[in-house]
Write a protein that binds this ligand. Structure first.
Ligand code: SF4
Length: 321
């Protein structure tokens, strides 16, 4: 039987539904660029960055650091109000590593974001190795009166893969960061990617078991994709990276979701890059088409998020892919 926390049509706990239920209105995340850099690019941890990283691939046009965040917020909020009828907003500091700066800069940016009357909270994208005690204390203070979510990139729990993709941190550092967040009133979202060279579906599913064992509030998952200007694109052209098929990815994500407790919300199931820089794979699906290919596969299996944890999956045992 579907857990009460799951959306009955989607068969998973969508973050959008969670926000709507929690805040009793439609809430959108608005991306802003706070003008940060990244320790894996500025030489502190490395200079080349993760092999798949090209920040233009995950930043909507219009969020440039030279633009004051109030202007970026106003544009983003107007867009979401017009398109979705959103009433309230969470400001998402997305580009690069958004805790990697002196705490005075962090305080200024976060407080300016929270000063808008229609802003409920902030979401901060960062790395496990870039969380100073001062930054954590600042976020803890803000979380007393606002929604605060820390989005930690893990990507893979396999240290050999983390080394191969030049991630510049280890699983142990992620686990330490999770420990340090405990009891601070800050929500934790973990970012994961499936499809790294040499990664197996069994390895990816072990990550689901790890997530189920941790105080993770939400997850973002996407397929590994190569975009121009990255080492991964070079690997693809040299024949060293074979992207997943759409079917393999959907099957693996459903296997993954079946192992994730129903209280963990799902923020993302798919990644897309602008066509102009996309190299591979090229599934040519819109976000909602991708979302529904996962939902339809769960329906076909007769399964749902977390069903394997209670042994209630009936037809779910194997995918057809
Ligand atoms: S941590 Fe993020 S911003 Fe830094 S190199 Fe990796 S993907 Fe790029």
């Amino acid at each position: 039987m579907l857990d009460g926390q799951l959306h009955k049509d989607l068969r998973l706990n969508s973050y959008g539904s969670y926000l709507r239920h929690r805040f009793q209105c439609r809430v959108s995340k608005v991306n802003v660029d706070g003008g940060f850099t990244c320790p894996n690019r500025d030489g502190s941890r490395g200079t080349d960055g993760c092999i798949y990283c090209n920040n233009s691939s995950f930043s909507p046009a219009g969020t440039q650091p030279v633009i004051p965040i109030e202007t970026q917020m106003a544009e983003g909020m107007a867009y979401h109000r017009r398109r979705l009828g959103s009433a309230k907003f969470i400001i998402y500091f997305q580009k690069f590593t958004n805790t990697y700066a002196p705490v005075e800069k962090l305080r200024d940016l976060y407080q300016r974001a929270l000063a808008h009357p229609d802003v409920l909270g902030i979401s901060i994208g960062t790395r496990p190795d870039a969380l100073s005690n001062e930054a954590l204390d600042l976020l803890t203070g803000l979380a007393r009166n606002h929604y605060v979510c820390l989005e930690l990139g893990l990507q893979s729990m396999d240290d050999a893969i983390l080394r191969r993709i030049n991630r510049g941190h280890t699983l142990a550092e992620y686990l330490q960061a999770v420990d340090r967040l405990a009891g601070r009133g800050i929500e934790l979202c973990t970012h994961l990617i499936y499809g790294f060279p040499g990664e197996t579906r069994a390895g990816f599913l072990r990550t689901a078991d790890l997530m189920a064992s941790l105080p993770v509030n939400s997850l973002k998952i996407h397929q590994l994709h190569a975009v121009q200007g990255t080492e991964l694109a070079q690997m693809y052209w040299r024949g060293e990276f074979t992207p997943l098929s759409h079917g393999e990815y959907v099957a693996a994500v459903c296997d993954f979701l079946e192992r994730i407790p129903p209280q963990i919300t799902i923020q993302r199931l798919y990644g897309s890059a602008p066509l102009a820089i996309r190299v591979a794979p090229n599934w040519d699906l819109k976000n909602n088409q991708m979302w529904y290919s996962v939902v339809n596969e769960l329906k076909r299996r007769g399964s749902w998020q977390g069903c394997r944890l209670t042994g209630e999956c009936c037809k779910a045992a194997n995918s057809e892919w």
